[in-house]
Design a protein around this ligand. Structure first.
Ligand SMILES: Cc1cc2nc3c(=O)[nH]c(=O)nc-3n(C[C@H](O)[C@H](O)[C@H](O)COP(=O)(O)OP(=O)(O)OC[C@H]3O[C@@H](n4cnc5c(N)ncnc54)[C@H](O)[C@@H]3O)c2cc1C
Length: 229
């Protein structure tokens, strides 16, 4: 079960972004702007910044998440997004006592394969422990652990990167587990910054069309929009 918790974030993140943006055109500094900006002005500024693609002010608001229960398959995809910070539980220093692992729904839906899947993962975990007991270091015994094994990590992303990564990973063409992860990340951001949270959406909502080869159906593809040209 994927667990995401926002453990810390820039206080008043939307106002911070707006104040940073206004510094460039204002005779007063960000301290005064933080006091002066009304919620309506913050909302207006964020909308303008997003429409104009002037996204650097969004880098001033950061969000730190505790993430648990995702597979190593998904954490591997996650850390490809390099404009973020990650600290992941080490399989060198922490030996995995319990076989906690992710089972994709497509496998659960096939009982004849699901049983083999569970057997295989548990066999790997048993061999892992046999090797640990025989004195093999955890950093080597872990080679038998499958990508299904659960992991936990802390991730910090600024709002600009969150918008970018969600545009890629909330797309239904992305893999289901990373989509599910970013749905929870979005929900956590929405709790404390609803205007910003609303901007965490698949890229097609910004583009107005789907730029993948095949659309999931929410928006037509670029080719369909241009009438095949
Ligand atoms: C649906 C989906 C499927 C994918 N499938 C695969 C796959 O099959 N195989 C695979 O390997 N990856 C795959 N990826 C990962 C993908 O290729 C990217 O590595 C990942 O999405 C991170 O992208 P990012 O834009 O956050 O870029 P980052 O790598 O985090 O880079 C951030 C920004 O910095 C720029 N940048 C970073 N490094 C450089 C550099 N050296 N030179 C110039 N500019 C740089 C980038 O242009 C980008 O704007 C997939 C991603 C998605 C969403």
């Amino acid at each position: 079960m994927i667990y995401v918790s926002l453990i810390s974030y820039t206080p008043d993140p939307e106002r911070t972004i707006a104040a940073a943006a206004r510094v460039s055109t204002s005779p007063v500094g960000a301290t005064k702007l933080m006091e002066k900006l009304t919620p309506e002005a913050v909302d207006r500024l964020l909308t303008q910044l997003l429409a104009s693609g002037h996204l650097s002010p969004f880098e001033h608001a950061s969000f730190t998440f505790a993430i648990e229960g995702i597979s190593r398959v998904t954490s591997h995809q996650l850390v490809r997004h390099r404009m973020a910070s990650y600290t992941q539980q080490s399989q060198r220093y922490v030996s995995l006592k319990k076989a906690d692992y992710v089972t994709p729904a497509t496998i659960s839906a096939r009982p004849e394969l699901e049983a083999k899947y569970h057997d295989m993962v548990r066999d790997c975990h048993r061999l892992y422990h046999e090797m640990l007991d025989a004195g093999i270091p955890a950093e080597d015994a872990r080679y038998v652990l499958p990508g299904a094994m659960e992991t936990r990590l802390v991730m910090t992303m600024n709002a600009r990167e969150l918008i970018h990564v969600c545009s890629l990973r909330l797309c239904l063409r992305a893999q289901w587990e990373i989509v599910a992860l970013f749905e929870r990340v979005k929900a956590e951001v929405e709790r404390v910054a609803p205007r910003l949270g609303a901007e965490l959406k698949p890229k097609c909502y910004r583009l107005g069309y789907c730029d993948e080869a095949e659309s999931c159906g929410i928006f037509p593809t670029a080719k369909e929009v241009s009438g095949g040209k």
